[in-house]
Design a protein around this ligand. Structure first.
Ligand SMILES: O=c1[nH]c(=O)c2[nH]c(=O)[nH]c2[nH]1
Length: 329
């Protein structure tokens, strides 16, 4: 999910796909342990990101209108700026790195009115190696994980005194693909002359998920201590645990409960968004022993769902959610 930035003049430019790798970075701690996840920290011996940076400002109009490049920061220089600032960044989080680099960019180039930064984590996890007491994490060899990844995005502008501030910031999780092999139904929907889908009281459900969340205080994620940081791995595990525990009546039902529990578990979050796509496999045949099924990929088109839940939404929609969830699971 890569969004465009829009300046009042409708002009912006920047650099995309800037790959930043930094070794021997400090680990990122999961400051709020939750019942649904064993993850305590993210090893960042290899910290990787694919970054997109876009700048806006009236000062760039002459370059668009007249071909006058005197105020243009070459996008090649932007790439160098991002890479050099990866070495100078003292905090632990991807989000904090973006805020650091964005703030320094605004300080360095006073004619830039706003900067937007987006990053997809390039996850490298230690491989298990045999040690004296069983398997342990290698400190030398890391696996480039092609599975789900964390994201960070923010916009920065400057105060009247010239100092930079964060206009908005979101952390996220992309590429999460979860299959639940039974315990899902989809029944009771409108049946009319357009309906061909049979009701299913026990379907497998394969969903592609992505999430975005905002903090009550962005410094929880952006400061060099990042003492309120929510790891995307925790959101991933929470989504998996909710899927496991819930007899899902639809994907809408599932993502509502995931958002609600995330807000309960992480009081530092202001809102959470989940988007889903229904990729439920097509059932072909039962296995010979009658215990399993053979499936294949579904054909397009694919249904999708989305929800943004704020703390106020949760209080209004379901004031006793936490107690009811604990009782039900
Ligand atoms: O979880 C679902 N929600 C829907 O709205 C829907 N519509 C559909 O055809 N299948 C599904 N599944």
């Amino acid at each position: 999910m890569r969004m465009e930035s829009h300046s009042p003049l409708g002009i912006y430019y920047g650099k995309d796909d800037v790959y930043v790798y930094r070794t021997c970075h400090t680990p990122l701690h999961a400051w709020t342990p939750i019942h649904e996840s064993p993850v305590e920290f993210r090893d960042q011996t290899v910290f990787g990101a694919r970054v997109r940076m876009a700048v806006e400002g009236d000062a760039f109009l002459p370059s668009f209108r007249d071909g006058d490049n005197r105020d243009v920061i070459a996008t090649d220089s932007m790439k160098n700026f991002l890479l050099r600032h990866a070495a100078l960044y003292e905090g632990p989080s991807l989000d904090g790195y973006l805020a650091f680099a964005g703030g320094r960019l605004l300080e360095t180039y006073p004619h830039v009115r706003a900067v937007e930064l987006y990053a997809d984590e390039q996850a490298f996890r230690p491989v298990p190696v045999p040690g004296a007491e069983g398997f342990e994490d290698s400190t030398l060899v890391f696996l480039h994980s092609r599975n789900e990844w964390s994201t960070a995005e923010l916009r920065m502008e400057r105060h009247p005194d010239g100092s930079p501030f964060v206009v908005w910031h979101r952390s996220g999780l992309d590429g999460l693909h979860l299959i639940k092999i039974r315990g899902n139904s989809f029944v009771g929907y409108i049946r009319d002359e357009y309906t061909t889908l049979p009701e299913d009281s026990n379907r497998p459900l394969y969903v592609f998920l992505s999430a975005r969340w905002t903090y009550v205080d962005p410094l929880s994620a952006l400061s060099n201590q990042a003492t309120g940081y929510v790891l995307a791995e925790q959101i991933r595990d929470l989504a998996g645990a909710v899927f496991h525990a819930l007899d899902t009546r639809s994907i809408q039902h599932l993502i509502h409960r995931i958002c609600a529990l995330a807000l309960v578990r992480f009081p530092q979050l202001e809102s959470i968004t989940f988007q889903s796509q229904n990729r439920t496999w097509e059932r072909i045949v039962e296995t010979a022993d009658g215990r399993g099924q053979v499936y294949t990929e579904p054909r397009p088109p694919f249904g999708f769902q989305g929800i943004t839940m704020t703390r106020a939404d949760l209080a209004e929609q379901w004031p006793h959610f936490e107690a009811e969830w604990e009782t039900a699971t």
